[in-house]
Write a protein that binds this ligand. Structure first.
Ligand SMILES: Nc1ncnc2c1ncn2[C@@H]1O[C@H](COP(=O)(O)OP(=O)(O)OP(=O)(O)O)[C@@H](O)[C@H]1O
Ligand SMILES: Nc1nc2c(c(=O)[nH]1)N=C(CO)CN2
Length: 175
């Protein structure tokens, strides 16, 4: 059994439909889904704003690598293409595996470049931390500290004010 925090986001096409399809594609592994946020582009300013959300998932038979393969499947289903010239460029759907925890709650750590855990830029990204704290108020990025302190005092604090809740947009799931 592992539990994982996935960040989902996109800024091309029907942004909400892509987020909804990602949540639906996670099926009964979904434990809880955050609210939807409108977020300024991070890392490459010349692109439209994103919709972002966070999803906590768990499954008895899945390890860290399975969550990465799930992320790739969902991105492919959303028709995501990669522009090698723009590392942080626009996309229909990005699914990042932010952190994974073992059965006993221990965070899984990995420095494999195919799957780095926790995600190496998670603590820098208000668009990851702000939705995540909705569904995990006492959560932490393993090795970097609590979501609360990161959002108030960490490198992402300056961006936190630009993360706008979109209560008019909802992501439903069923268990
Ligand atoms: N925790 C992780 N979650 C998702 N992908 C990861 C992770 N760690 C390493 N990777 C690797 O990163 C590669 C590039 O992923 P992707 O194209 O989604 O990056 P990106 O979205 O442009 O940038 P970022 O990873 O900063 O969000 C993937 O092929 C994957 O093997
Ligand atoms: N606001 C926002 N900016 C991003 C996002 C994202 O999901 N939201 N994903 C990226 C991929 O690396 C690059 N920049």
């Amino acid at each position: 059994m592992t539990r994982a925090l996935l960040s989902i986001g996109g800024n091309l096409g029907d942004r909400l439909a892509h987020l909804r399809a990602a949540v639906a594609g996670l099926g009964d592994t979904v434990l809880v889904v955050s609210g939807v946020y409108e977020t300024p582009p991070w890392g490459d300013a010349d692109q439209p704003s994103y919709l972002n959300a966070a999803v906590m998932v768990a499954a008895p038979d899945r390890g860290p690598r399975d969550w990465l393969e799930t992320a790739w499947r969902l991105e492919a289903e959303a028709g995501r293409t990669r522009d090698p010239e723009r590392r942080f460029g626009p996309r229909t759907l990005d699914v990042d595996v932010i952190a994974v925890w073992a059965d006993d709650g221990t965070p899984v750590l990995s420095d494999d470049e195919r799957l780095t855990l926790p995600h190496p830029r998670a603590h820098l990204r208000a668009f990851v931390l702000r939705p995540w704290i909705d569904i995990d108020p006492f959560g932490a990025v393993p090795g970097h500290g609590s979501l609360d302190v990161l959002l108030r005092e960490g490198p992402a604090a300056a961006d936190a004010g630009g993360i706008q809740p979109r209560p008019d947009l909802t992501l439903e799931f069923s268990r």
